[in-house]
Design a binder for this molecule. Structure first.
Ligand code: SAM
Length: 212
């Protein structure tokens, strides 16, 4: 279903500069329409963020592609995602052969997406809780991807990164963020590249924004 629309979307993100063939392949295989509310089906393959309820969104496909490419995912990479949301980003990582761990702080979204993963046989390890403190039990990770905007880079996430691993996180105020691509060069040594201007819902938690 929607194959033509999906291919058009893949072409669009490729034209915008995504050239990792494994990312493009995953985008052509994962069916985004399965991750959004039924009422929005006609928008599934538009390059836009869409509401998924509870004030949250499924990110814009280009943003998902950009962050995934920045992570340099390989088969069997161990990836931690903060902000499971609709499950679409986790499904892309899983399709690329990564071992995915994903945390969501909003209980209804966590539950709904957990059921969707089971139904679609997407084997992602999920956790309900505050992702700003990471998931120490399975650390270190080859990559950590944060899908909500943070006021700063949580120290716990830097700590749980493997040496040589990458953390991709939007950092800024609540209106707009820069994407930070952080590479752990050595224990306590990090290289940071900034990419402007992205817009995300806030990362709320102990090492993120405080709940209002
Ligand atoms: N990756 C998601 C997708 O593919 O649909 C994008 C989800 S949305 C842009 C960001 C998600 O981060 C929301 O579902 C929100 O509840 C969640 N979130 C915010 N703060 C969080 C935290 N501290 N820990 C875990 N999840 C958090």
């Amino acid at each position: 279903m929607y194959e033509k629309e999906r291919q058009n979307l893949v072409n669009q993100i490729a034209e915008r500069g995504i050239d990792d063939i494994y990312v493009l392949k995953a985008f052509s295989e994962v069916e985004r329409h399965l991750f959004i509310p039924e009422a929005l089906l006609s928008h599934a393959y538009k390059d836009v963020a869409l509401p998924i309820g509870y004030g949250q969104t499924i990110s814009q496909p280009y943003t998902v592609a950009y962050m995934t490419q920045a992570l340099k995912v390989k088969t069997d990479s161990k990836i931690l995602e903060i902000g499971t949301g609709s499950g679409y980003q986790a499904a892309i990582l899983y399709k690329m052969g990564a071992k995915v761990y994903s945390i969501e702080r909003q209980f209804e979204i966590y539950n709904k997406t957990r059921k969707l993963f089971d139904k679609l046989e997407i084997r992602v390890n999920t956790k309900y809780g505050d992702g700003t403190i990471g998931w120490a039990e399975f650390a270190p990770y080859d990559g950590i991807l944060v899908t909500a905007g943070s006021p700063s880079i949580p120290a716990s996430l830097k700590k749980q990164l493997e040496i040589g691993g990458r953390l991709v996180i939007p950092v800024g105020d609540k209106i707009s963020q820069k994407l930070k691509i952080v590479t752990k060069i050595a224990q306590d040594e990090f290289e940071v590249v900034d990419v402007p201007e992205f817009v995300f819902v806030p990362l709320i938690g102990k090492e993120g924004w405080k709940q209002e």
